[in-house]
Design a protein around this ligand. Sequence first.
Ligand SMILES: *Cc1c(COP(=O)(O)O)cnc(C)c1O
Ligand code: SF4
Length: 348
Amino acid sequence: MTLRIEDLAERGLVPPERLPELRRVAENFAVALTGDVAALIDPADPNDPIAAQFVPRTDELATAPEESGDPIGDERWSPVPGIVHRYPDRVLLKPILVCPVYCRFCFRREQVGREHALLSPDALAAAFDYIRAHPEIWEVIVTGGDPFLLSPRRIVAIVKTLDAIPHVAVIRFHTRVPIADPRRVRPALVSALAAEKAVYVVMHANHPRELTEPVRQSVGRLVRAGIPVLSQSVLLRGVNDDPAVLEALFRGLVAMRVKPYYLHHPDLARGTAHFRLGIEEGQNLVCALRGRVSGLCQPTYVLDIPGGHGKVPIGSTYARPGRAPGRWIVEDPAGEPHTYPPDVSDPD
Ligand SMILES: *Cc1c(COP(=O)(O)O)cnc(C)c1O
Ligand code: SF4
């Protein structure tokens, strides 16, 4: 079941008088919620963190000067349709530009949920030819849109084709389906991922309330099939910009056997200024987790540099050069500085 704007008013998730302006938002950026995520929203809470992620608002119609239709510069790295080849050893393969839900902060919001949402068979074949012709490609990241919306038959075709390319060692799927529509992770989908090569799944999750029992079961089906599952989250004002929320999110994921991989600083996508926080604020949030939660629960805080320059870690550094060459000052999780190597004349 997919909910659109009109259904949101029916369910009391937006007041009917706001429908005309929200239809204007929907003309610019696709809107969809699944029944699963809609059920997580508390209609009585105007600041509900699930509603903030999926229910459109008129703030999206304002474009800040620093925002862009291609915030991470994918276009300049796209040699053929459906492929983004920015790093030498890995490519993105985008066979589908449809999602089960449309996240209001999405960095690809200008591409997803529009016409021509499926890569044509010819274009897909050309994308595979590109991968075959580039022996430096070690990993293929199947993303979109959401590749788990493809039928198991199409997923099998993609996995088998990549599995047969000798230089491809790793196949990675990026998906929101385990959270947005967990029952879609059925045995047929799980077995479609079977390959000789390593297959990883990276699921997108932003708030601990997304981690329901059906989500836990869908992850369990993947993990029991031998597929390592990682997560990526986006740091968002009004959703998870709170150390206690991040702690609950990452603990919840790890307890489901999901390793938090990346925490993304929000990208400069059009109409997303209301979600953005400063890098310093992000660093402070991430620092608050250090020492407080297990290392398993610590993703890398990253920024995708606008213009297509790539992703880099932007967490604060704990080590800085000391006074003498080879000597360092290193901060512990509580913020106390220590010299490294320890000063023998002055043990601390
Ligand atoms: C994010 C991204 C990747 C994957 O990067 P990792 O750091 O390996 O997760 C690859 N290609 C492009 C274009 C990307 O944006
Ligand atoms: S699921 Fe991913 S690609 Fe789709 S709208 Fe959300 S962030 Fe964008």
